[in-house]
Ligand binder design. Structure first.
Ligand code: GDD
Ligand code: MN
Length: 375
C-alpha cells in the first residue's frame, strides 16, 4: 500500500493543531482506503506549546510524528520534513499542507486519489473550476493573489497551470522529489521557496494534475505571510524565468562562436593546401569541438560532463546530433530554395537555422546530451 505523509509546518498553532489532528485522524484518514496516511508535524519549537500538543496526541495515533527544531523559516521547515519523510518514514509521496484549516482537510482525499490514479505531482488549485479564495477576502486581496499568479504563470511560461503559489500540493517521491536538491532551493527561509520547489517538481513530474481547493479564511492565530514574502516570491519567479532564457542565449552565443570557428578553420586548412572536402570536414569538426566544449563549461555548466570515458561517449553522441542538424539543413535547404527561388537562399538558410536547426539542437542537448530536460 502507498504510504503518504502529510508534512505540516507549524509555528504557534496551538489553537489549530489539536482540532486539525483530530479531524485528519478521526474523519479524513478513515475515508481514504488505498493509502496508508501519516501526518508529520514540523514544529519550530513554538513557544505556545504546539509541539507538546502533538507529542501528547502521538501517544494515541501511531501514524502521527513530530519533528522539532529551531526556527529557520518556512522553506527550511519543509526541507527538514521532506528529508525525514523520505529517509526515516520511507514515504511514497508527501503532501504540503498548512495547519490553520486554510487547507480544509476534506481536500486531502481528492488529492490522494489523483495520485493513486497516476499523477506524480498534484496541485491544490484555487483558480480552477471548483476552487476558490475566501469570500471574506477584499477585492484588492483577491486581485493581488490572482494577478500575482498570472504574472508567475507568464514569467515561468506555465500557462497550463493555474495556481503556482498554493501551499497545498502532493509530490511523489520517486522520480520527482528525490531528484531535487532540496538544500539548494532558493529562498529557503521564506515562503518563496515554494515557487522554486514547484518549478523543479513540474520539471521532473510526468503527470501534473490540478485539483480544486477552496482556500478557507484563517480563523485562529495570525498569518505569517507578509509583504516581504510576496516580494521574494516574485523575485524567485523572475530569476527562474530568466535562468531558462539565459541558457538559451548562451547556447545561441556558443553557436555563433562555432560558426566563426568553422569559418576561420576553413581558411586555415585551405591555406595549408589540404583537399577541399577534407578542409570542410576538418573545419566542421573544429566547430563541433568548440560547440561541445563551450556548451559543456558554460551553457550547461550545472550539468557539466567530465571524466574521460563519459566525455568520449558524450562527444560521440554530440557528433551524431550535429550530423542530424546537417541532414536537416541539406533536406530543407534545397526544398526551401525550390519554393522561393535561389535568389532568396539566405532567407531559407535563416529560416531553417532559426526555426529548425536551433530548436533541434537545443532540444537534443537538453534531452540527450546534458539531460537537463526530462520529457
Ligand atoms: N515550522 C514552521 N516554521 N512553520 C511555519 C513557519 C516557520 O517559520 N512560518 C509559517 N509556518 C506554518 C504556519 O504555522 C502554517 O501552518 C503554515 O506554515 C502556513 O503559514 P501561514 O502564516 O498560515 O501562511 P498564509 O496562510 O498567510 O500563506 C498561505 O498562502 C501562501 C501564498 O499563497 C500558505 O498556504 C502558504 O503556503 C502559501 O505560500
Ligand atoms: Mn494560513
Amino acid at each position: 500500500m502507498e504510504k503518504i505523509v502529510i508534512i505540516m509546518p507549524t509555528y504557534n498553532e496551538s489553537e489549530n493543531i489539536g482540532p486539525m489532528i483530530h479531524e485528519l485522524f478521526e474523519k479524513e484518514f478513515p475515508r481514504i482506503k488505498n493509502a496508508s496516511m501519516h501526518l508529520l508535524v514540523v514544529d519550530d519549537n513554538s513557544p505556545d506549546g504546539t509541539g507538546e500538543i502533538v507529542k501528547e496526541a502521538s501517544k494515541k495515533y501511531k501514524n502521527l510524528h513530530l519533528l522539532s527544531g529551531q526556527k529557520q523559516g518556512l522553506g527550511m521547515a519543509y526541507v527538514r520534513g521532506m528529508k525525514y519523510a523520505m529517509k526515516k518514514l520511507s514515504a511514497d509521496a508527501v503532501i504540503e499542507m498548512d495547519a490553520d484549516f486554510q487547507h480544509p482537510p476534506k481536500f486531502v482525499k481528492p488529492m490522494v486519489e489523483a495520485y493513486l490514479n497516476g499523477a506524480d505531482y498534484v496541485i491544490g488549485s484555487r483558480y480552477i473550476p471548483g476552487g476558490s479564495v475566501p469570500k471574506e477576502w477584499a477585492i484588492h486581496r483577491r486581485a493581488i493573489s490572482y494577478l500575482g499568479n498570472l504574472f508567475i504563470r507568464f514569467v515561468l511560461l506555465k500557462p497550463r497551470l493555474h495556481d503556482l503559489t498554493t501551499g497545498f500540493r502532493l509530490t511523489k517521491v520517486k522520480g520527482v522529489l528525490d531528484k531535487i536538491e532540496l538544500d539548494n532551493l532558493m529562498e529557503l527561509k521564506r515562503f518563496a521557496y515554494k515557487v522554486d520547489l514547484l518549478y523543479q517538481s513540474v520539471k521532473n513530474a510526468k503527470k501534473v494534475k490540478e485539483v480544486p481547493l477552496q482556500f478557507a479564511p484563517r480563523t485562529k492565530e495570525a498569518s505569517k505571510f507578509s509583504m516581504k514574502e510576496m516580494v521574494s516570491t516574485f523575485k524567485v519567479a523572475i530569476i527562474l524565468g530568466i535562468k531558462d532564457k539565459i541558457r538559451f542565449l548562451k547556447f545561441a552565443t556558443v553557436g555563433f562562436v562555432g560558426f566563426v570557428v568553422n569559418f576561420l578553420f576553413l581558411r586555415v586548412f585551405r591555406s595549408i593546401g589540404l583537399g577541399e572536402v577534407f578542409v570542410w570536414l576538418m573545419a566542421t569538426e573544429m566547430a563541433i569541438i568548440s560547440n561541445y566544449t563551450f556548451n559543456n563549461i558554460w551553457t550547461f555548466k550545472e550539468a557539466k560532463i567530465s571524466g574521460f570515458v563519459t566525455t568520449a561517449k558524450k562527444f560521440l553522441q554530440f557528433n551524431l546530433t550535429s550530423a542530424g542538424a546537417l541532414i536537416i539543413q541539406s533536406v530543407f535547404g534545397p526544398l526551401g530554395v525550390r519554393v522561393v527561388g535561389e535568389r532568396y537562399d539566405y532567407l531559407v538558410l535563416a529560416f531553417v537555422v532559426a526555426f529548425m536547426v536551433l530548436p533541434y539542437n537545443y532540444f537534443m542537448y537538453n534531452v540527450f546530451i546534458w539531460k537537463t530536460w526530462k520529457p
